[in-house]
Design a protein. Structure first.
Length: 105
């Protein structure tokens, strides 16, 4: 699934709001799985993070955060394709969403 997301990113895919429903579901599912494995948060906390990501981030931002920490090549390529606004949103998201979701769940 991550490979398909990277291919969509490389092709200059549109923002989340214009994606078909199944692509949005796959995007969120990949984000939640990555959250669980990389952030060591519970499923409920990662679902919360996924819900917030879908509202607060562009597709690029979600893909960027979903990539594995050791996937340096794709992470760098994705970061390069992101706008300053995308990066600022990711930064803000990572400063607020984890503690917010941990407090609630």
């Amino acid at each position: 699934m991550h490979r398909a997301l990277r291919v969509a990113m490389a092709a200059g895919a549109a923002l989340v709001g214009s994606l078909p429903a199944n692509a949005v579901t796959d995007l969120k599912t990949g984000f939640v799985a990555s959250c669980e494995s990389q952030m060591l948060m519970s499923r409920a906390q990662c679902q919360c993070m996924g819900d917030r990501a879908m509202l607060d981030l562009t597709e690029r931002g979600i893909i960027y955060l979903s990539l594995g920490a050791t996937d340096v090549t794709n992470t760098a390529a994705t970061a390069k394709a992101m706008t300053e606004a995308d990066m600022a949103a990711v930064d803000k998201f990572m400063k607020t969403a984890p503690s917010s979701c941990m407090a609630v769940h």
